[in-house]
Write a protein that binds this ligand. Sequence first.
Ligand SMILES: [Zn+2]
Ligand SMILES: [Zn+2]
Length: 303
Amino acid sequence: MNDEIEVRVPGSPKRFHLNCWSVSGLESCVTVRVDDSVRYAFDIGHATRASIMCDHVFVTHGHIDHCGALPKHVSQRELRSRPPSTYYCPPDIEESLLTICQGFAAMNEGYINKPLSPSRKSVASPVGQDIPLSHGRVARPFRTYHRVASQGYLIYAHTRTRITEYMHLSGPEIGEYMAQGIQVWENKHLPEIAYTGDTTFDTFLDPDNADLLRSSILITEATYIDDRQPAEKARQRGHIHLQDIAKNAELFRHIGALVLVHLSDRYTSGQAQHWVRRLLPQWLLNKTWVPMLMKDMEGGYTY
Ligand SMILES: [Zn+2]
Ligand SMILES: [Zn+2]
């Protein structure tokens, strides 16, 4: 499934176009397109066609379903004569990713002509350290809580807004103030796109991650959704249960849109819709998206 879904932020003109290829344990790759020149890929467990268009790829952790297709992404970019993407990852896994790419280069007689190298294409990105991007945006890795070293990414968008005390001014008045050298505008970085990757619910309780809960779009996981799987099991495995989100729904009051991915392969899209409708309060449901699962396009296989 390679179609994009349009995610609208209620009460705002903002639109995001997402391609979500994500099933727990199999493969995860989520792309977000803001417009034709701003595209990001989060995780690269599968090199989707949408991801190949992305110059920036953010890897959350070293589980194979989140980074196993990184060498393929590198080779697909070359095959299609695109410049190398930049791959961001937790510092703990950079060396391993390099080794994997170099292994593929060796097996393919240089098919990956330019194996991933720290100087050219991969960036170990510590938590809290901003990554400058184009179009006035920066990405900031944040701490997540999984079974292995992991981090999510929050992309901030630069905006220029009028300082509150000058809100009432007319256009000509603003011009006058500016001519006198009075600063009537202020620059802000607003939390725009958040992607957690695999994590327990603790990520949302961490005070350092408060901006996640103000983002325009929050993409997170709900590996388990029904009452056959207890929430405690999700936590033990380093994941979120939909019950965690329902129980703490108030935390998500100020996000623009919530997108749930990484469902266990045991569920169908229909079951996902059923449980989301059953557990989430209506106001949160109104801004929640559960993208159709890729297996729906493959005959609906489940177990
Ligand atoms: Zn996973
Ligand atoms: Zn994982």
